[in-house]
Design a protein around this ligand. Structure first.
Ligand SMILES: Cc1ncc(COP(=O)(O)O)c(C=O)c1O
Length: 361
């Protein structure tokens, strides 16, 4: 068998036809920036996530940077960031002139509950990352942030469709940021992202920042930029949204199949709570000290896997930051993401699980 980690060519014919029809419809309409599809996407997401304001933009990295700018975070400010995340989370803090202060994660890669110890007089904000799609415990984090009068920017790039106590990832903080990168649970056919907020004022500022500081054409009130979403991507996302819940059902089903078949392997740590509502099963990350050996073994059997991520941010050249970061480092050395996506077949999940059983027994 050949089981790629993720192969988007595998989308089914009906979906491909729906996307082609959307493209044809948009080509006929002749509107490629802004327009109906962008408004529809924003209102669909607002309804689905119960988010008062949803503002589409060019990608998830921009979404976080724009959130920081809208919250007026800049030079002299410190922002607490988990040591294990995709580089964007810290990169944008540097891009706005502030300083990322890294803190360790728990064993599953979520910002450790004792992050408050990193707070100084310069700390302005904290960025919890819902890594792999699993939500940070937000009630607690928000209470901690309030105590220190900190702003909260949620990095929900991996967690579209995760809900904690009925409240969506990205709707707890001052601003929540989403990525619609093609590999995400809700992914476009290119780059796209979004900011969520329940503040009328932030909604306005975010919209202005991503559109050259203007709300009305040619009325520039401050220096902004262009981070508007590509309208075609908004159109495609509207198509993908109609399929989102059914693809989530498949992800959860496959995650539970892995769980049943792998849970008895003592040498393996499985993702905690992946069948819960606050984990959209974006990534199924197992942990083992024999990670590299297992990866190689699976590859020889035709199974693609991935590592999210092999290095922690404080060790990276652009950041170099002292500290222990034991849990984050452990995860970078032991974590292995198994193929899990709606384009797979049950027989493939079984094949992967059996190969892992073979490896350990
Ligand atoms: C945790 C995290 N933050 C931010 C981003 C940035 O999103 P984008 O790739 O859309 O810029 C990603 C995307 O991979 C991510 O996984």
């Amino acid at each position: 068998m050949n089981i790629p980690f993720l192969d988007l060519q595998r989308m089914d014919i009906e979906l491909k036809d729906a996307l082609k029809s959307k493209f044809a419809e948009m080509l006929n309409a002749g509107i490629f920036s802004g327009g109906r599809e962008v408004s529809l996407l924003e209102s669909h997401v607002s309804t689905y996530l119960h988010s008062p304001f949803s503002i589409a933009c060019a990608n998830g990295t921009d979404a976080i940077e724009i959130a920081l700018r809208a919250l007026q975070i800049g030079p002299g400010d410190e922002v607490i960031v988990p040591a294990m995340t995709w580089v964007s989370t810290a990169e944008v803090v540097v891009m706005v002139g502030a300083k990322p202060v890294f803190w360790d994660t728990d064993a599953n890669g979520l910002l450790a509950a004792d992050w408050e110890k990193a707070v100084t007089s310069k700390t302005k904000a904290v960025i919890p990352v819902h890594l792999y799609g699993k939500m940070v415990e937000m009630e607690r984090l928000i209470a901690q942030a309030k105590k220190h009068k900190l702003l909260v920017i949620e990095d929900g790039a991996q967690s579209f469709g995760s809900f904690q106590g009925g409240k969506a990832a990205g709707t707890y903080g001052h601003v929540g940021c989403l990525s619609f990168y093609p590999t995400k649970n809700l992914g476009a056919l290119g780059e796209a992202g979004m900011c969520l907020t329940n503040s009328l004022e932030l909604n306005k500022r975010i919209r202005m920042i991503l559109n050259h500081g203007q709300l009305v054409r040619d009325q520039h009130e401050f220096v902004g930029r262009n981070s508007r979403i590509d309208s075609l991507q908004a159109g495609f996302l509207n198509v993908f949204l109609t399929r989102f819940e059914s693809s989530q059902v498949l992800r959860k089903k496959y995650a539970s199949m892995y769980f049943k078949q792998l849970t008895w392997l003592d040498e393996l740590q499985l993702p905690t709570g992946i069948l819960e509502d606050d984990y959209n099963a974006h990534l199924f990350v197992i942990q083992t000290v024999r990670r590299d050996e297992l990866k190689h073994f699976l590859l020889k059997k035709g199974i693609g896997t991935a590592i999210h991520y092999p290095y922690i941010l404080p060790d990276m050249k652009p950041f170099h930051h002292g500290g222990d970061f034991q849990n984050a480092r452990n995860l970078s050395q032991k974590g292995l993401s198994l193929p899990l996506n709606p384009w797979m077949k049950e027989s493939e999940i079984e094949y992967v699980a059996e190969a892992i059983q073979d490896f350990f027994t």
